[in-house]
Design a protein around this ligand. Structure first.
Ligand code: NAX
Length: 328
């Protein structure tokens, strides 16, 4: 029998988790042959709601779901986990400065990093979703240096999925015709949805969509502002699409990438494309099914380079602001 995969989810009573957990337990991520053990981590005020979610998971009678642990305790929650999906965080509230937000989240991600280093399985991989996800990932990772850099990720996949759909709809083609869409940088409004390298039906997107202004005036702002547009329309932030992107992100790490495509993930920079080492930066990546690496050697035209510089500088500024949360 296949060994179960143990997966920790923080923020397990939240809205993204409510769309994610049932798909995880149904086998959408690790496949129909792999049993799963869920470690559901929350803060005390949300434990009653979490009990309700667990009751619903029970009531689905998922054959693959072997065990559930509901806890507020990080040592228990991360014990032996192969994957940690760090979703819980404190969203920005009205009047909150970015610095305050980073401080509050530092208090969450620093102990989570330590607990992962001390209790997770030796092959643990970590995906940070809770915003500001690149810098939360940086805080956790800097406090868990025992876990190798290549096993840490921050989520830019929702942005990539949004970008692919915009291109497919504008070109009037099926989604799988759209390939090699990259998202560079921070998961914030400075992110760079890359149309320069995107291909549609095997041709450059800029050839297929013969409307140069559309890319800069519509495509990029639409993808950058999509989260805000969802909140305006729905009265709540993206949840099911975010959960779907978590699933896509994990799958893109554990399965080899298609020969003619790449995926979007935030990974620890090793200096690729001049990004300072150690920053979590959204890059185009490929996986061999074990290890993820940044797609190197792309030609970066000047307008793309200028946009990458803006998002790079934002991440450098975020890192400067959380200096005291990093171990010296
Ligand atoms: P919710 O507010 O519905 O749920 C968050 C949950 O986290 C709550 O149940 C809360 O009790 C829990 N929590 C808070 N602190 C915790 C801690 N220290 N340990 C464990 N649990 C804790 O938010 P939801 O809509 O699920 O979004 C979660 C996070 O994802 C937010 O930070 C959000 O901004 C971020 N997102 C990131 C995206 C990305 O692409 N990277 C896209 C979607 C989303 O905006």
């Amino acid at each position: 029998m296949t060994t179960p995969v143990r997966v920790a989810v923080t923020g397990a009573a939240g809205q993204i988790a409510y769309s994610l957990l049932f798909r995880l337990a149904a086998g959408d991520v690790f496949g129909p042959e792999t049993p799963i053990e869920l470690s559901l981590i929350e803060i005390e005020p949300a434990m009653a709601a979490l009990e309700g979610v667990a009751m619903e998971l029970d009531d689905c009678a998922f054959p693959l779901l072997r065990r559930m642990e509901l806890t507020t305790d990080l040592a228990r929650g991360f014990d032996g986990v192969n994957w940690a999906l760090l979703i819980g965080s404190v969203p920005r509230k009205a009047g909150m400065e970015r610095r305050d937000l980073l401080g509050v989240n530092g208090a969450i991600f620093r102990p989570q990093g330590r607990a992962l280093a001390e209790h997770a399985a030796s092959d643990v991989r970590v995906l940070v979703v809770g915003n500001p996800c690149n810098t939360n990932a940086l805080i956790a990772r800097e406090n868990a240096r025992e876990i190798p850099a290549e096993r840490w990720f921050s989520m830019t996949r929702l942005d990539q999925n949004r970008a692919r759909t915009q291109l497919a709809q504008r070109a009037g083609v099926a989604l799988d015709e759209v390939r090699t869409v990259a998202i560079w940088g921070n998961h914030s409004a400075t992110q760079v949805p890359d149309y320069w390298h995107a291909r549609i039906g095997g041709k450059p997107a800029t050839e297929v969509i013969d409307d140069a202004a559309w890319f800069d005036e519509h495509f990029i702002p639409t993808v950058q502002q999509r989260g805000a547009a969802i909140i305006k329309a729905r009265g709540a932030s993206s949840a099911a699409s975010a959960a779907n992107a978590v699933i896509d992100s994990v799958r893109s790490v554990i399965h080899p990438s298609a020969a003619d495509d790449w995926e979007a993930l935030g990974v620890v920079s090793a200096g690729e494309y001049g990004i300072p080492e150690g920053l979590f930066f959204g890059f185009p990546v490929r996986s061999d099914g074990e290890r993820v690496h940044v797609v190197e050697g792309l030609d970066v035209p000047e307008p793309l380079a200028a946009r990458i510089a803006v998002t790079r500088d934002e991440l450098i500024a975020e890192r400067a602001e959380i200096g005291d949360l990093l171990p010296s």
